[in-house]
Write a protein that binds this ligand. Structure first.
Ligand code: CP3
Length: 345
């Protein structure tokens, strides 16, 4: 305790009159300085593995806006790449990977503890940031949740309904579960190393948790997150963990209790008043302004920002969007959101 950083105070359970604020994808294509550095790096993956430039883009939104937290610049798909999958990005379409659908694909993957050669530049990025960040800015590390990462490894790309991953878990559950376990083990190692390199908080992104229903949600969203959190807490008991089971709906209720995470990040399909009554009762929540406001701005942005701050004002809260900011966002709208949270709510 005795924390001075606003972000860490919220994660320790403190209610603050003005919540800390940061933004998913705050280093991204809506910023001209990001586009310039990305061009200098060559492409997105080269930027992820260039520690100096990855640290530079992480710092850009901190310099411009003074956010309370900086999130490591990297990608959730670096873990599959470190496990031996081929990974590339198709401009305008998104990620592509070699697929894991057969036992022989799984057998070709590397063991979990073999990921660090590939991921060493990520740890260097965190070391650079630890020295470079302002003293009141919290450094966040992250990884994808096993289910979300598995959906990309199985389909070889993003899919609207995660169909191929659901098909594999029905048709070859042993293979599916072995893959999930490999990703879980790798994620524990990866996040531990991120913490050792300077991450003060880690966040687990389960972008496709919403397509898991009933027992499947318990087995493939809750359980891996619980295992990762428990393993991290054993090694690094003071480092807070944020869970983001995006579009979990009713499954947000009790998620913190079941998994042991210190904070639950909410997507913007969740009503803030409902979440205050049903999720924030268990501790800190993060969210949840619709990222479309960063495109459209105006009074609607101000009104929704105020409503979220007000709804969560009775407990620990970290202000954020409900999903990443999009490339067509207007940087001035980000400033308007920040001003509303800090001065006008
Ligand atoms: O929040 C942050 O800024 C931290 C860095 C970060 C990125 N991706 C950078 C990135 C984080 C935390 C992610 C998470 C991520 N990556 C997720 C989970 C969160 C979510 O958004 O649902 C997923 C599913 C991915 C996989 C991925 N990476 C996709 C689907 C894409 C989009 C492809 C595209 O062209 O838009 C990426 C690329 C990506 N990751 C970008 C950034 C800034 C854009 C790449 C660019 O500069 O061209």
């Amino acid at each position: 305790m005795g924390e001075t950083k606003k972000m860490l105070r919220a994660l320790a359970g403190e209610t603050q009159a003005v919540p800390p604020i940061w933004m998913m994808r705050q280093a991204g294509r809506y910023l001209p300085e990001y586009r310039a550095t990305r061009a200098q790096a060559g492409d997105f993956l080269s930027l992820c593995y260039n520690s100096e430039l990855a640290a530079e883009v992480t710092l850009q939104p901190i310099r411009r806006y003074g956010f309370d937290a900086a999130i490591l610049f990297a990608d959730i798909l670096l873990v599959p790449q470190a496990l031996g999958a081929d990974l590339w990005f198709v401009t305008g379409e998104g990620p592509r990977l070699s697929t894991v659908t057969q036992q022989r694909d799984f057998d070709a993957l590397k063991p979990a503890d073999a990921i660090h050669d590939t991921l060493a530049p990520v740890y260097d990025t965190l070391r650079i940031l630890t020295d470079a960040l302002p003293s009141d800015t919290t450094l966040i590390g992250f990884a994808g949740a096993p289910w979300t990462v598995a959906t990309y490894m199985i389909a070889g790309r993003g899919t609207p309904d995660q169909g191929p991953a659901h098909a594999l878990r029905e048709e070859n559950n042993a293979l599916f579960e072995a893959l999930l376990e490999r990703i879980t083990d790798a994620t524990i190692d990866y996040l531990s190393m991120q913490i050792e390199a300077g991450a003060e908080v880690v966040k687990i992104f389960d972008s496709w948790a919403g397509s898991l229903q009933g027992d499947a949600f318990e087995n493939y969203a809750v359980d891996p997150c619980r295992r990762i959190t428990a393993a991290l807490k054993q090694k690094h008991p003071t480092v807070p963990v944020i869970g983001f089971p995006r579009e979990a709906g009713e499954h947000y209720v009790g998620f913190a209790r079941k998994t042991g995470v210190d904070c639950v990040a909410l997507d913007n399909s969740v009503d803030p008043e409902w979440a205050a009554a049903n999720v924030q009762v268990d501790g800190c929540v993060q969210g949840n302004l619709a990222s479309s406001h960063m495109v459209t701005g105006g009074q609607a942005l101000v009104d929704d920002t105020r409503a979220i701050v007000r709804a969560f004002s009775g407990g620990p809260h970290i202000f954020n969007l409900g999903h990443g900011i999009t490339p067509d966002a207007d940087p001035d709208n980000v400033q308007l959101m920040i001003d509303t949270v800090r001065n006008g709510a």
